[in-house]
Write a protein that binds this ligand. Sequence first.
Ligand code: 0GY
Length: 297
Amino acid sequence: MSEQEMDPDWLVFHPEPRKPDFVLPAGAVDAHCHVFGPSPEFPFAPERKYTPCNAGKDKLFELRDYLGFTRNVIVQATCHGKDNRALADACRTAGDLARGVASVGADVGRGELVGMHEAGVRGVRFNFVKRLVDATPKEAFVEIADRVQEFDWSIVVYFEAADLEELEPFLVKLPGIVVVDHMGRPDVTKGVDHPDFERFVRLMAENENIWTKVTCPERLTAAGAPYDDVVPFCRTIVDRFEDRVLWGTDWPHPNMKSHMPDDGALVDYIPRIARTPRQQEKLLVSNPARLYWAEES
Ligand code: 0GY
């Protein structure tokens, strides 16, 4: 199978991230990262909205070790659609050192779910970001959510802040633990006191099954590195909901067009948003362990 050519305006992941100054606690999990292909082995989906660079499992595991993480949670990226083979293969290779979050349709076979569970998949992702996917009817998501309860999988949701009001009635009815990617993508130029972010904070306050990833300052920033403008948003969430937060690199950083973050610098961002050893331990170790390695406890 031949290689699929990446989009011309795409940036490739940082070739030589620096060694972080922040020493990650033992057992730290990079709880939001992806694998792309490599496309000769795992072709990108025909319905994809972008064609990324190849960024396979070997590179991901190299980065994990280099930065000082112990484990990964690999999240299915939209460029692979509902074909979770690259994800499952990476999880199988890593064994206990990785878990996966897959994308499936309501018509997914039970045997397929069992196979994915055995590979290490522990969640499904529902994507509402219009530039990334064609819309899926909410009824289909409800059906998927019901079907994965048998496996105790959690649900990851990805949406933009402007869509929260419309999505809220659907989100609050989802069963099990629901993890919102990147704090629901706040518009950081509006400030933490803006009603949009207050709505998100309220959503978390009123629903104890809703968690979030305090991730992607490089995506949310308007000011650029070192992402000072995103810090107050992450701090607000970590300070209030320390038992329901996760952190991840987002390597290999899909759709970054203006700049590519240095993954070492991203790790050094962690102590700015989780300011005590207790918060850091929860964010990086015990929260992801509880959610994705539940059988250990
Ligand atoms: C992320 C963010 C993005 C892409 C995807 O699945 C994806 O394609 O998640 C994005 O473009 O904002 O979390 O990786």
